[in-house]
Design a protein around this ligand. Structure first.
Ligand SMILES: *Cc1c(COP(=O)(O)O)cnc(C)c1O
Length: 436
């Protein structure tokens, strides 16, 4: 109901110092989530969930490695201090004459190579997780003899929304499980060695579906054979967004995968590295979007709180009908009583688009949320906004990207300044003939 502080820092101070809308991340929560996964030897963060270079640096210091899905994400990872591959000047390991860093600090995972990504992959020797058969040929022509991971679509998928389901015949992701023999032939033609297998069936899925992946991966691994040195469980670990959502039992999850890995090790006669690839799990709960309530108005029987953030800042509600918990911070800086009167309100943003509503379900149905009676100038804090929050923001309506702050060692640190308004159109130009 109330949230006067984030990581010990008053919301009022954050809003006044950095302006709103503002993303704030509590470092402690990220560190805890990383700790939860300590059983896995390799935690590979799917940076697309929240790719600010300060967050990448923070997770790197905990021994976490990253996944990159584009040329931009490869360069972000490098800017944060990760080594892209064996030809990266920063890779001292490779210079000593040893093979590539066995943990592949960065893996490029995608269903296509665009030319920028392929250029970077070839230049730095980035390890690739290939999601389409054509990528084998494209990589093979540029980097014959490379080692690769294959991303397999096991023929089934699951997610919190149809839009986050990444397996099954409706999904564009991965190599169809029946085409593995064909892909192995393609690979052999270029001397490419399949050293990794990967499956990712969707985001925000559940234990039942996640556990089916083990069996599917084991079957494909047997087809590929002992060239494998790494298996990846993919991401998709769910985050509790609602108070009655339960946290997945990570111990059970690890045991399932560890058993799969051990059976394959016995079969191949050598050790296998087990990776897990969470995005939202590491960052969702750490992130808060602080907005200011700018008007409170009645429309018929509905009361609206309109805030200064819209789906340009947080798109999950309009994209998936995603639920985000919300709380109020008062201008006075004091929480109201626990038994404060609440009222059902609709929370919306400033965009000229009727779908710009934070309280909606999938399909665009407007919902009410019980929130404390607030006044214009109070702050509405949207919680669990760290994953696919800022990362999915846009300049729609020529709104600037929000600033981001990390509560680091108890202090607020600016990790991205609010975008300058003129920067929004800085790359545009008017043809000379129109200027006459
Ligand atoms: C998006 C993505 C992830 C992370 O998904 P989460 O649901 O955020 O854990 C992991 N792996 C791949 C390949 C992805 O595309």
């Amino acid at each position: 109901m109330w949230q006067q502080e984030i990581g010990g820092v008053p919301v009022r101070d954050l809003a006044q110092q950095f302006g709103t809308p503002l993303y704030v991340y509590d470092e402690q929560l990220i560190l805890q989530r990383i700790q939860d996964l300590a059983q896995f030897e390799v935690v590979r963060y799917a940076q697309k969930a929240c790719s600010n270079i300060a967050i990448l640096r923070l997770v790197q210091q905990q021994g976490v490695v990253v996944d990159a899905v584009s040329a931009g994400e490869l360069l972000r990872a490098q800017a944060a201090g990760f080594v892209l591959g064996p030809h990266d000047p920063a890779n001292k390991l490779a210079k000593d004459g040893s093979a590539a860093d066995p943990h592949h600090q960065v893996v490029y995972t995608a269903d296509i190579f665009d030319s920028e990504a392929l250029d970077l992959v070839a230049k730095y020797g980035v390890h690739c997780n290939l999601g389409s058969p054509d990528m084998i040929n494209q990589l093979g022509e540029r980097c014959p003899g490379a080692r690769v991971t294959l991303r397999i679509n096991p023929g089934f998928g699951h997610g919190h929304s149809q839009k986050t389901n990444t397996g099954g015949a409706q999904s564009k992701h991965g190599i169809w499980h029946e085409q593995v023999p064909d892909c192995l032939q393609r690979a052999a033609r270029f001397g490419i060695k399949v050293s990794g297998l990967h499956m990712h069936i969707g985001s925000g899925t559940d234990m039942e579906h996640l556990s089916q992946v083990c069996g599917a991966l084991e079957k494909v691994a047997t087809q590929v054979g002992p060239s494998l040195t790494t298996i990846s469980a993919g991401g998709g670990l769910p985050t509790p967004y609602r108070s009655d959502d339960t946290r997945i039992n990570l111990d059970d999850y690890f045991q399932l995968w560890d058993a799969t890995r051990r059976r394959l090790q016995d079969q191949f006669g050598h050790p296998l590295l087990l990776e897990v690839e969470p995005g939202r799990y590491l960052v969702a709960e750490s992130g808060y979007l602080i907005t200011e309530i700018r008007t409170i108005k009645e429309m018929g029987s509905n009361r609206f709180y309109l805030v200064d953030a819209g789906f340009n800042n947080l798109a999950r509600p309009i994209l998936y009908g995603a639920y985000h918990p919300m709380a109020i911070a008062t201008q006075e800086g004091k929480a109201g009583p626990a038994n404060v009167p609440t009222q059902p309100v609709v929370v919306g943003g400033p965009l000229c688009e009727s779908g710009d509503i934070f309280t909606q379900t999938e399909g665009g149905f407007v919902q009410h949320r019980d929130l404390p009676v607030a006044k214009v100038g109070d702050w509405l804090v949207i919680q669990c906004a760290g994953a696919y929050g800022h990362a999915m923001s846009s300049n729609y309506n020529s709104k600037p990207l929000a600033a981001e702050v990390l509560i680091h060692q108890g202090k607020p640190c600016l990790i991205r300044s609010r975008q300058d308004l003129r920067q929004i159109f800085a790359d545009e130009q008017i043809p000379a003939t129109l200027l006459n």
